[in-house]
Write a protein that binds this ligand. Structure first.
Ligand code: PAF
Length: 289
């Protein structure tokens, strides 16, 4: 496995791979890898000749009061995990490589999918994501790129951007990987102390509760949301950012659940913001609204 830290070396390496007609899979990450990342890496290794993982804590996707300075980092451990997963190249640039002096181009998806949910709570976040992902796509020009479904809105926005810019890259969404107790894996889980971690289980329990209510026949999104708010523990450390039933493609909130519906939620446990989501399965035989 080769560790590359400059765009120049990466471009050289990628040109040689293209000359050799190798298919390249790209797994963009911000490091502090967990089993969720490993599942993306293993899938890319299985589907491509070469897997390039990027490791860059992208400053432009963090808001002024967010956790850029405290974002967890452990390069040695990440390199070990990547090596074991069969990664060929790790690209770990610094800020000056990705945003050199004079860099002035932003990529922004101008659509309601970017302004709802996390877009409403974290202004500018998705502009930072789409800008860095476009830069990484430009450098690597992969055949396939792999993203986790935990960031369901990010995945939808990246799909939109890739289609709009006619980028010949297949975007592959991979299922959420969970701890044995249901907590969706996230690098930010490391911020939680054991008591907070237990509180974080609210998200996966809310999903299970919603799925059960839907199974029993609930189709009203407002009623479902109210039922989930009702089971939030009465705890000053916990605060709902959003809970919505959205259309799987447009991410717009629904009033009545349809057969293409996803429950998506963001909840603070103290200052740690946790996100999760899951499909709400409605039989396709039911009339679509
Ligand atoms: O999902 C992430 O870790 C980041 O948003 C990404 C896609 C690596 C861009 O910085």
């Amino acid at each position: 496995m080769e560790l590359i830290s400059t765009t120049r070396r990466l471009i050289e390496k990628v040109s040689a791979l293209r000359y050799d007609q190798k298919t390249v899979g790209l797994v963009p990450t911000m490091g502090y890898l967990h089993e969720g990342h490993r599942s993306l890496l293993l899938r890319s290794v299985a589907e491509n000749d070469i897997t390039i993982m990027t490791l860059f804590v992208n400053p432009t996707q963090f808001g002024a009061n967010e956790d850029l300075s405290t974002y967890p980092r452990d390069l040695e451990r990440d390199l070990e995990l990547a090596r074991h997963a069969g990664v060929d190249i790790v690209f770990a640039p610094d800020n000056d490589q990705m945003y050199p002096d004079g860099s002035a181009t932003w990529v922004e998806v101008d659509s309601p999918i970017t302004t709802v949910l996390c877009g409403a709570s974290r202004p500018g976040h998705f502009r930072g994501v789409t800008t860095i992902v476009t830069k990484l796509f430009g450098l690597v020009m992969p055949r396939r790129a792999y993203f986790g479904e935990k960031d369901f809105q990010q995945l939808a926005i990246i799909r939109r951007m890739t289609a709009d810019l006619f980028l010949p890259i297949e975007i592959i969404g991979c299922p959420i990987v969970r701890e044995s107790d249901g907590l969706a894996m996230s690098s930010r889980n490391s911020y939680l102390n054991p008591i907070q971690r237990r509180k974080g289980l609210y998200l996966s329990r809310a999903i299970a509760h919603a799925q059960e209510l839907v199974r029993q026949g609930e189709r009203n999104a407002h009623a479902l949301r109210t039922a989930l708010v009702d089971i939030l523990p009465d705890d000053p450390e916990m605060r709902i950012d959003y809970i919505e039933c959205v259309d799987t493609l447009t991410l717009q909130p629904l009033e009545t659940l349809t057969c293409s519906c996803r429950l998506i939620l963001a909840v603070y446990v103290d200052t740690t913001r946790l996100i999760d989501n899951a499909p709400l399965t409605i039989p396709t035989t039911e009339t679509k609204e």
